[in-house]
Write a protein that binds this ligand. Sequence first.
Ligand code: KIV
Length: 275
Amino acid sequence: MKKMKADGVPISMITAYDYPSAKLAEEAGVDVILVGDSLGNVVQGQQSTLPVTLDEMIYHTKLVTRAISAPFVVADMPFMTYHGSLDQSLHNIGRLMREGLCKAVKMEGGVEIAHTVQASVQAGVPVMGHIGLTPQSVYQIGGYRVQGKNNEQARKLIDDAKVLEQAGAFAIVLELVTDELAEQITKQLSIPTIGIGAGPHCDGQVLVFHDLLQYASPVIPKKFVKAYANIGDSIRNGIAEYVKEVKNRSFPSQEHAFHAELEAAGPLYGGKSEG
Ligand code: KIV
């Protein structure tokens, strides 16, 4: 990914949470797959990512890595699993890597988590940072708001990005930060930035699978999302057609039915076996 940044090659990243979504993402040629804790919102129907557990992240990461051969798979460390003692954090990070079989983990936060990032990197774990709007701190931030709009916030985010780079992070997600700030951070780092709602100047972009494909999402439209397909409508229409055909008895038709001559079928049907 560092080479892609150096060569000016944009990095494409998408979330996936299970075997079919990961398979389709790989077939479509994506560079990086993120098993995001956004699964709390889009798969579990929760109000935030906070209820997602380490065991759930491990389960979904397994489903994704089982499907993947080429793309680099990064998995999110969930809420409060990397904020206790360093020993406990490393234990949890080790579980996600060893059981989920991902190649890297992502952690939210800047200066506050730099020592954990550094210790993980020293232990051989590739770490992706995540700053700006950090959904695990949504209740502290007070909502899903664009970050870096004033000088104080902008300075803090630039510091966070530099400290994460020094701590050994190999890339940083910038979520919901102003275009101007994302451009500055991207220019000041040697590691790639991956933007979501952070404008076009980042080294790569990430979107949530369910958002970009309109898979029963979003309930509230998001300005930074572009919908590339509407599989929610396709699925709903397909199921409605199936229900209609079951009700009017046009499905199944004879073409979907199996037949056998009772006499020739043998003992299974209570007839006499010829052998
Ligand atoms: O959990 C997630 O999907 C994420 C992306 C929004 C970057 O962290």
